[in-house]
Design a protein around this ligand. Structure first.
Ligand code: 13P
Length: 240
């Protein structure tokens, strides 16, 4: 089902006291929001943020999930562990995991199937690099990431389009480029998993969010840097 989702990705930020302070500020600012609000925090913040979110309209997620149930997988965190501490969403296949931690379309697919099996709502990230965009390979890259990544998957799967060249660079895709690319993504994913929300991510902030969210194909946002400040994040949450 297509719906407005505003998700924060804290990446590797927010110590205990910072996370608490953020929540104390954010909760009253977004209590009347009309959209689904999600915070994907570091593993170590999930339980704290979850406890503070009880009785509010804020959902909590992780930034990755193991593809295995349990066992000898040093450093990994299972879906059951995430659920036990209060996560109900998880990001899968973020470009930083693809670039720095060897994530592949195949491992994205394994993690996705595991998340769905265990009842976590996945946010699957796709996006092209600058070289791929400039080399005319955007559609080919996205088509591969989506068909391989979503293979055999069924259920409520949120997709995030995050062009790698726009992440953390201050260089946002124009609303028109983001809209056009998400329209292409929608054409591929709808026959695979049905109608779903597709978010834009990459230097989205309080100043440019409305112009992106005004576009017909953009259902919401996955926000990095601007999700670390409660005032900025709440402005994005309240966009029309
Ligand atoms: P920025 O909003 O900091 O560019 O990060 C986007 C992102 O990677 C969200 O997952």
């Amino acid at each position: 089902m297509r719906r407005r989702i505003i998700a924060g990705n804290w990446k590797m930020n927010m110590l205990k006291s910072e996370a608490k302070q953020f929540m104390v500020e954010l909760i009253p600012l977004v209590k009347d929001a009309k959209c689904e609000i999600v915070l994907c925090t570091p593993y170590t913040d999930i339980h704290r943020v979850y406890k503070l979110s009880l009785g509010t309209n804020i959902g909590v997620g992780a930034q990755n999930v193991s593809w295995a149930d349990k066992g000898a997988f040093t450093g990994e965190i299972s879906a059951d562990m995430l659920k036990e501490v209060g996560a109900s969403y998880c990001i899968i296949g973020h470009s930083e995991r693809r670039a720095y931690f060897g994530e592949t379309d195949e491992s994205v697919n394994k993690r996705l199937l595991q998340a769905l099996k265990c009842g976590l709502k996945p946010i699957v990230c796709v996006g092209e690099t600058l070289d791929e965009r400039e080399g005319g390979l955007t559609e080919k890259t996205l088509a591969r990431q989506l068909t391989e990544g979503l293979k055999g998957a069924e259920g409520d799967i949120i997709i995030a389009y995050e062009p790698v060249w726009a992440i953390g660079t201050g260089r946002t895709a124009t609303p028109e480029t983001a809209n056009e690319t998400i329209a292409f993504i929608r054409k591929i994913v709808t026959p695979l998993i049905g109608e779903t929300s597709i978010l834009y991510g990459g230097s989205m902030n309080a100043a440019n969010a409305q112009s992106l969210l005004d576009m017909s194909e953009i259902d919401g946002g996955l926000i990095g840097g601007a999700s670390l400040k409660s005032a900025d994040f709440s402005i994005i949450v309240h966009c029309k």
